[in-house]
Write a protein that binds this ligand. Structure first.
Ligand code: ADP
Length: 260
């Protein structure tokens, strides 16, 4: 036959994915993986079926944040993604390494191949949302993902210290180059709430996320405080037990953008 349909792998035939959302940041350490994880948890709490593709190959942190120790299983159809306590499917290189402390000392070409296989060879099954935790910046892996996966949109994570620079704008320009929809910008670590009086302390100065988002003509999804509970729950691998409604507003706005 002369079908123009792309050839699907067995794993892809066994998967049905609603929307693919890539989470980006200009630089490391702004909380991209934490925000990816909490977006997933918030969607899961609303009853959606969610998966996370950890594309931050050299600094994979998603399995640890969710406390997943089970390894990925390889069978005839493909690789089965381990599932978190709450039911979130996670695929990460760390779930394939014998020893999670082993460093990845691979050249870029191998890493980009691996990321593609997380798409072609993982049996994701039926998902409403697949979130992709991209590595920071505009390197090989984000390019590969934008070129070879049907990404529906991007969420950009920033923190106030970072917004002063041009790094965010670089990342935004890159995603726009691939004609990706921007679901919006999340400003993480925007302030600390005083535990005694609840005053917002803006330790990095006044947050500029909203202004930056409008300058770049992308939606502003909101800001998140620095919360020591979030980092300790992540360190313990118990992000799914972290109780907050900070993310619900952000997810609500994001879903409005997704629906447009
Ligand atoms: P990135 O993926 O951008 O490198 P991470 O999500 O790994 O960043 O976060 C870096 C560190 O900051 C982690 O220790 C994480 O627990 C912590 N962190 C991220 N966001 C917050 C927050 N809102 N409040 C407190 N700690 C945070």
């Amino acid at each position: 036959s002369c079908s123009t349909e792309p050839q699907l792998t067995e794993a892809q035939k066994a998967s049905k994915i609603g929307k693919i959302i890539a989470v980006m940041s200009g630089k490391g350490g702004v909380g991209k993986s934490s925000v990816t994880s909490m977006l997933a948890v918030s969607l899961m709490r609303q009853g959606y079926k969610v998966g996370i593709l950890d594309a931050d190959i050299t600094g994979p942190s998603i399995p640890k944040i969710f406390g997943i120790t089970e390894k990925a299983n390889v069978n005839k159809i493909g690789v089965t993604a381990p599932v978190s306590k709450g039911g979130i499917k996670v695929m990460s290189l760390n779930l394939m390494l014998e020893n999670e402390d082993d460093p990845v000392i691979w050249r870029g070409s191998i890493i980009t191949q691996l990321v593609q296989q997380f798409w072609t060879d993982v049996v994701w099954g039926e998902l409403d949302y697949l979130l992709i935790d991209l590595p920071p910046g505009t390197g090989d892996v984000p390019i590969t993902i934008f070129q070879s996966l049907p990404v529906n949109g991007v969420v950009m994570v920033t923190s106030p210290q970072q917004l002063a620079g041009m790094i965010v704008r670089k990342a935004i320009k890159m995603a726009k180059k691939y004609e990706t929809t921007f679901y919006g910008l999340v400003e993480n670590m925007a302030y600390v709430s005083c535990p005694d009086c609840n005053t917002k302390i803006e330790i990095f100065g006044a947050p500029k996320g909203e202004e930056e988002a409008s300058k770049n003509e992308i939606p502003y999804l909101g800001q998140l405080p620095i919360d020591p509970v979030l980092s300790s729950m992540s360190d313990l691998g118990k992000i799914e037990d972290y109780q907050t409604d900070n993310f619900d507003k952000i997810v609500k706005k994001m879903l409005e953008e997704v629906a447009k």
